[in-house]
Design a protein around this ligand. Sequence first.
Ligand SMILES: [Zn+2]
Length: 173
Amino acid sequence: MAAILLLNATYEPLAVIPRKRALSLLLREVVDGVTEEMVALASIGETRPIPTVLRLRRYVNAPRRGARWSRQGVLKRDNYTCVYCGGRAGDRRHGRVLRLNDLTIDHVLPKSRGGRNTWTNTACACAACNGRKNDRTPHEAGMVLRWEPKTPRVEYLVASGNVPEAWKFYLEI
Ligand SMILES: [Zn+2]
């Protein structure tokens, strides 16, 4: 668990911030903890518990920025599951057992036709499904997306390891 989830006064997720910054916000009394889940921060000879989710006392008018796109981010967002066949590493699909490195990034609108590296145009797909789809849209290929690729609300994807339980409620994941 890397950091702390910061919410606006309206409970909207704003950002993922480092523990040190979280502590400074707590000390300045501009935030309150909204969860019992704590992480420890060693600071000036003492270890301080910091709630994994903080909420600003006053509303800030922050423009909503999407998380930065990355291949790893797409795989993580899609839970390492093929958007077409639903296969995950270890599952048997297309006559063989899928491995983690069989998972690729599919461009819903193919790159060759102007499709871009955006959250809504990319999804995790196994190599077999990606190959079958080829330079076509899912519709043209007669393939169905099992979910609609969406832009994650905050950069929780940059957090290494698992997302803390307490975040899930606010991130709607
Ligand atoms: Zn597949």
